[in-house]
Design a binder for this molecule. Sequence first.
Ligand code: AMP
Ligand code: ZN
Length: 115
Amino acid sequence: MSDCIFCKIINGDIPSQRVYEDSLCYAFNDINPQAPVHVLVVPKKHAASVMELDTEEDEALLGHIQQVIGRLAKELGIAESGFRVLTNCGPDACQTVKHLHYHVLGGTKMSEKML
Ligand code: AMP
Ligand code: ZN
């Protein structure tokens, strides 16, 4: 999508600190980290959120991303201590970038509160 900042990052038109990449997804450091480890994992295919990923192919894509997150957590050294994965979806969740992304947060003890 031409005016999507994460599509531009995936295409290399906007610089990013790449953490991982394969044919289906791209992971990079968040520009405004909320934790010592704050990585964003995004599908290369543009979709505003999970609400737009409803085919069988999308099911495989979403499963793949979850597995990548698990592998990345090990590589980033946060698997043992624990980490948090979240995706903001829509206005009430304060989603600012309308390209599905999973925040992977770790490297610190987090609040018990979700909100
Ligand atoms: P959300 O509020 O869930 O939509 O999260 C969007 C995230 O994208 C925020 O944590 C931003 O800091 C992050 N972000 C925005 N622009 C960039 C960028 N150019 N490179 C890396 N992260 C970005
Ligand atoms: Zn996009």
